[in-house]
Design a binder for this molecule. Structure first.
Ligand code: SAM
Length: 249
């Protein structure tokens, strides 16, 4: 019986691959990937040639049975996604669940993940956080989800796309309040990487001023709801404190 390896790949910078991932790629019999053409380019970059098996959001349930058969026949399989860690807003959950039910060993090869990278540079509390992935595309469903999160005191992390970011910020401002602090981490590990933090109202205005500021891949890190005591500090005072804090040694 073979092993299933869950292998993280870079989220932009191709050097963010681990030595162990490269070793496993060269040793396995098969690489299950979302977009085999895209992953072909990635492996080509590392000089690895391997058979691919396509497994994406729309075929995962049917393809899982086939892959489990191959694992039972003794094939070793690596699962990768287009970027970052498989299963994190990416396919793989059904496959991993089935493998564990069938007694197939599932082995993690950790690496890049956009949510964790953004959290680590946000300056927002990282001791307790909720990963919320993508919000629903439709306004009503998105607002309902945000309303459920309005009282959450842990840090919130969202994935967002360029064409929905402004609508999402409008909804967040309505539901979380214009004063809630947010960090937008864009194009991490790539040429145009930027990390910008402000209160929701000002961040939205800042983005509207310059369309280039919303281009590319985006993670939003939102401060959790603070206690009533802390809320008594006005947003202006909080912003001033932040600026002063930045200047401190
Ligand atoms: N599995 C991936 C991971 O571990 O982060 C996430 C895949 S999800 C389909 C793609 C989303 O992740 C993008 O829309 C964006 O929100 C976020 N993302 C991926 N790469 C990013 C990067 N380099 N900078 C900022 N966000 C990124």
């Amino acid at each position: 019986i073979g092993n299933l390896y869950i292998v993280a790949t870079p989220i932009g910078n191709l050097q963010d691959i681990t030595q162990r991932a490269l070793t496993i790629f060269s040793e396995v019999d098969l690489i299950a990937a979302e977009d085999t053409r895209h992953s072909g380019l990635l492996l080509n970059y590392y000089g690895i040639k391997k058979a691919f098996f396509s497994l994406h959001d729309h075929n995962e349930q049917q393809r899982t049975a086939l892959l489990v058969d191959k694992l039972k026949q003794g094939m070793n399989v690596a699962l990768i996604s287009d970027a970052g860690t498989p299963l994190i807003s990416d396919p793989g959950f059904h496959l991993v669940r089935k493998c564990r039910q069938e007694g197939i060993k599932v082995i993690p090869l950790p690496g890049a993940c956009a949510a964790i990278s953004a959290l680590c540079v946000s300056g927002i509390a990282s001791d307790r956080f909720c990963f919320e992935g993508f919000l629903p595309a439709k306004e009503k469903a998105r607002c309902d989800r945000l309303k459920n999160l309005a009282k959450e005191d842990r840090t919130l992390i969202f994935y967002e796309s360029t064409h929905r970011i402004l609508n999402t910020l409008v909804d967040m401002e309505k539901i979380f309040g214009a004063e809630r602090y947010i960090v937008l981490a864009r194009e991490m590990t790539k040429t145009w990487e930027s990390v910008h933090g402000d209160c929701l109202g000002d961040l939205r205005k800042w983005l509207e001023e310059e369309p280039n500021r919303i281009k590319g891949e985006i993670v939003l890190v939102v401060e959790g709801k603070t206690s009533s005591e802390e809320q008594e500090i006005s947003p202006q005072a909080e912003k001033a404190l932040r600026l002063i804090a930045q200047e401190l040694p």
